[in-house]
Structures are given as structure tokens and as C-alpha cells.
Design a protein around this ligand. Structure first.
Ligand SMILES: Cc1ncc(COP(=O)(O)O)c(C=O)c1O
Length: 474
């Protein structure tokens, strides 16, 4: 059936399958964005008008719009309407969005990359209320230049939250609020460099961006081996580094926890050498099978920088992370912040403080934990049923797990097969820093970031992932 989209003011034609109108509307709009017939920023007709024109229920049109918003093709604001997203990719490979907007890889339709949370349940109402309350309360004096390390209300709220939830030992004076974990790492590494540090160790497997940030801060980055109990702490001793970046609660992305003896050994190294440990606690609140392991920081608050983020419980768009600093680093980190010329975004910080104080942040964590935990269970079940020769490894935690591949299947082949169906799916090897001291062979594995797909695409993404593994074996 060919319908004319008359109220767009252009001659656009929609081909809708009368039996699956919602699906085919979604498909048609996506295609029109992809091939440029609907340019970025183009406003879409209101759901009521379009439903009338197409002889559909208004709900069905709204559902198609909602899905396209979830996939990033459209943007919507209550009261303002719906339009083609500024990040929608209008030419080139069909499934990908504009890389210049994300600053990362282009966005694929199906995404199982690690580290991306499901943001569809962002607590919009609670955030809006917190913003309103913050604005109503804030004195004019707090709307000025303010403190570089962050507004006092948020630092207080964080010191108490981190103590209660992660066992972090810190007072509000030593909390520094940053714009993301990477930003916090940059500030800390520049501060370390400024006082003479030269070399920093990282785990052999990790976040490439963070290794780049460390290097861009002027430090030599030294990768050290990671095994089933996390960083092989004995290699730290001979590495002549001034600091080490670790993910103790949930090694990224191999998924293991730093064992108790290793924790003690790393702390002993820091005490012996005066070294600094940066603890990246990016998903410490997300443990599904038992209580989360407390922060390493509590063993040595004078040697450990604890870094946390709002990106997983709320969403990266909040743009806030924090660190708990050893007292000696507080002025050095503030000085690096000053040199950046950046100012704290007091209003967003006050809203987050409200969220923390009213328990809304805890509720958001619990909601995100439930949703992500269910996704992980789904994957475990499906793999056990469909692909018993593969295995899910890593702790029941966080937003990703490892899918160890059946014998003879190569990570790159799986990625290629996934790519062919519009699925971003990365192998463990892509996270590895070459030349790690003490490194041993590992079984090939895919990193399954189960937070990234919106709910309606999650099962399809996992199905396609297993399909890619199956095709890679043939
Ligand atoms: C290892 C690791 N650390 C930290 C973060 C959080 O970073 P940010 O606060 O910049 O969003 C992520 C997100 O992907 C991550 O994978």
C-alpha cells in the first residue's frame, strides 16, 4: 500500500504492509532517514495527524516513533514534537549513525559493545523534579564561579553515598567531581605527572580510551598481565611504575575480581614505593549474585584514588563522575582543573545531590541492576541451550560478560559476521594492550555488552550474536 505523507509538505511515499503497519512504518521512516529523504532536524508529523492519514491507531504510530527514538534515529521532546536526530546517519552504510556526533565508532542498529548502559529507563521525572528543587533552593551566590572540585552539597552527598554503598573512606573535602571517569583520570594523571611521576601501569585488558588519556597526560603506559584473579600483582614490583590503574571490583573487560591476596599485594606495593593506585569502580554497584565487593580504597585511603561515575546508573548524558582523593592530591588535582579553564556545572551537580539525598539515585541503581541482571540471565540461559560448547565467563556483575568461543572459532571472524548484519560485537583481543609483562595465552572470547541495545532490540541483538558465532564456525 502506498500512502502519501501529505502533511510533511513534501512528496514522500511510505510503503506500509497492512498486516504489520507499526513495523513497516518504523522500517520506512528509518529507510527515508538513511537515504537522505528525511534530513537531520526534519520535524515529523504529530502522531495524531499521521495516524489519521495512514489509517492507523495513534498508539501504533507512537510506538514506531518510540522505537526510532530508542534506536537514535529520531529525537523527541514532550510538547515540542519529534524530529530526525542530529546524530542520525543519512548516507553511507545503512545501519550506522554519524561518528562525528558520538565521537566514537558510528552507532550500529544492533549494539553489543561493552560499557554502554540501557538508558531507556532514565528517571526523567525524578531528574526534572531534582532540577526544579535545586533551582528553587540555590542562592544567587552559588550561581557564580564556585569551587573547582565541585559544589559542596554534591561532595557531601557523594562522601556519604560512597561510604555506605562501596565502603569508601572519604570526607567531602577530598571528593572531586569531574565530567566522566576519563576526565577524572586525566586530572589525576596530570597531577601525578606534574609532581614527577613518569610511568603508570595498566591492566593488559582495558579501555583503550583510558590508556590514551593516560599517555596524553604525559605518562608512559606499562601494560601488566591479567589472569583469573585480576592483575598479576607480582609483576608490579619489577615494573618501576609510579602509579597503576586498576578495575578491582570487576576487571574490564575480562570480568574477574581482584582476589584478596592480590589486593593486599597491590596495597603493599603502594606503601613500599609511595605509588598511587587509581581504582576505576565503573560498575561497582552492579553485582547480581551476591553483595558487591567493597572498594580497594578502604584498605589505603592515603594511596588510592577511587573513581566512580553516574554513567551506568543514570546515563553518560548526565556527564558526571567523581573521585575520592588521598588528601595530598586534593590541591594538585584542583590545580589541574584550574589549568583546564573549565568550570563546574553547579546546577547539574545540585540536581545529582538532590537525587542522592532523596534516595532516587539508589532507586535508579536498583532499577538498572534489575534490568541488566535479567539481561545477563537471558544470555546465560540462551548460550547454555543453544551453544553449550561456548561458555559465559566472568562474574555475574556489571554490563558485560565474556562469551568464550567454541574451539577453532576466531574473534575477528565473528566480528565480521556480526558486522554483516549490522551488529557491533567486539572480540576480547580488541581491548588488549600489546606487550604486557607476564602475559599468557587466553581462549578467544567475545565481549558481550548487554546494556547497549534498547529493550525491544536486546533479544534480536543476542540472537544475531549467536548467529554470527555459528556462521563464523562454518
Ligand atoms: C572501564 C570503564 N571505566 C569507566 C567507564 C565510565 O566512563 P565515563 O564516566 O566516562 O562514562 C567505562 C564506561 O564505559 C568503562 O568501561
Amino acid at each position: 500500500m502506498v500512502e502519501e505523507w501529505a502533511n510533511m509538505g513534501r512528496d514522500l511515499h511510505l510503503v506500509l504492509d497492512p498486516r504489520h503497519k507499526t513495523d513497516s512504518l518504523e522500517l520506512a521512516v528509518r529507510d527515508m532517514i538513511r537515504d537522505g529523504r528525511l534530513a537531520r532536524g526534519t520535524r515529523l508529523p504529530a502522531t495524531r495527524g499521521l495516524a489519521h492519514d495512514l489509517g492507523m491507531a495513534r498508539n501504533s504510530v507512537a510506538k514506531a516513533y518510540e522505537r526510532l527514538v530508542g534506536e537514535g534515529w529520531l529525537e523527541a521532546r514532550v510538547g515540542a514534537g519529534t524530529w530526525v536526530a542530529s546524530s542520525a546517519r543519512t548516507t553511507g552504510r545503512s545501519t550506522l549513525a554519524d561518528p562525528t556526533v558520538t565521537g566514537h565508532e558510528p552507532l550500529p542498529r544492533l549494539d553489543l559493545r561493552a560499557g554502554i548502559p540501557d538508558t531507556t529507563e532514565f528517571p526523567r521525572a525524578a531528574w526534572a523534579a531534582a532540577m526544579r528543587r535545586a533551582l528553587a533552593r540555590v542562592p544567587a551566590s552559588a550561581l557564580g564561579y564556585g569551587e573547582l572540585r565541585g559544589v559542596a552539597e554534591l561532595r557531601h552527598a557523594l562522601a556519604s553515598y560512597l561510604g555506605r554503598v562501596r565502603g569508601v573512606v572519604v570526607d567531602s573535602e577530598s571528593v572531586h567531581v569531574a565530567h566522566g571517569a576519563g576526565h577524572a583520570m586525566r586530572l589525576v594523571c596530570r597531577a601525578l605527572r606534574a609532581r614527577g611521576a613518569r610511568r603508570i601501569a595498566v591492566e593488559e585488558y582495558g579501555h583503550l580510551l583510558h590508556r590514551e588519556i593516560l599517555a596524553a597526560s604525559g605518562l608512559d603506559v606499562v601494560p601488566l598481565a591479567v589472569d583469573d584473579a585480576g592483575l598479576a600483582a607480582d609483576v608490579l614490583d619489577g615494573s618501576r611504575v609510579d602509579a597503576v590503574l586498576l578495575t578491582p571490583a570487576h576487571q574490564f573487560p575480562t570480568g574477574v575480581a581482584l582476589g584478596p591476596q592480590r589486593r593486599a599485594a597491590v596495597v603493599a606495593w603502594a606503601r613500599r614505593t609511595g605509588g598511587v593506585i587509581i581504582e576505576d569502580d565503573y560498575d561497582g554497584e552492579f553485582r547480581y549474585d551476591r553483595r558487591a565487593i567493597g572498594a580497594l580504597q578502604s584498605l589505603a585511603p592515603d594511596r588510592v584514588v577511587f573513581v566512580g561515575t553516574a554513567s551506568k546508573a543514570l546515563g553518560p548524558a548526565v556527564g558526571l563522575a567523581w573521585c575520592a582523593l588521598p588528601a595530598e592530591l586534593v590541591p594538585l588535582v584542583a590545580e589541574q582543573r584550574r589549568l583546564e579553564g573549565s568550570k563546574p556545572d553547579a546546577l547539574t551537580q545540585l540536581a545529582l545531590a538532590e537525587l542522592l539525598e532523596r534516595g532516587d539515585y539508589d532507586r535508579a541503581v536498583r532499577s538498572a541492576r534489575t534490568r541488566h541482571g535479567a539481561r545477563r540471565q537471558h544470555i546465560e540461559r540462551l548460550v547454555a541451550e543453544r551453544m553449550p560448547s561456548a561458555g559465559i565467563v566472568g562474574m555475574s556483575a556489571g554490563l558485560h560478560c565474556l562469551l568464550e568461543l567454541p574451539r577453532g572459532i576466531h574473534e575477528a571472524d565473528v566480528t565480521e559476521q556480526a558486522d554483516a548484519v549490522g551488529l557491533a560485537f567486539e572480540g576480547l583481543e580488541t581491548f588488549r594492550a600489546a606487550g604486557a609483562r607476564g602475559a599468557a595465552e587466553r581462549k578467544p572470547a567475545m565481549v558481550v555488552g548487554f546494556g547497549a541495545p534498547p529493550p525491544h532490540l536486546f533479544e534480536e541483538a543476542v540472537e544475531q550474536a549467536l548467529g554470527a558465532v555459528e556462521r563464523a564456525s562454518g
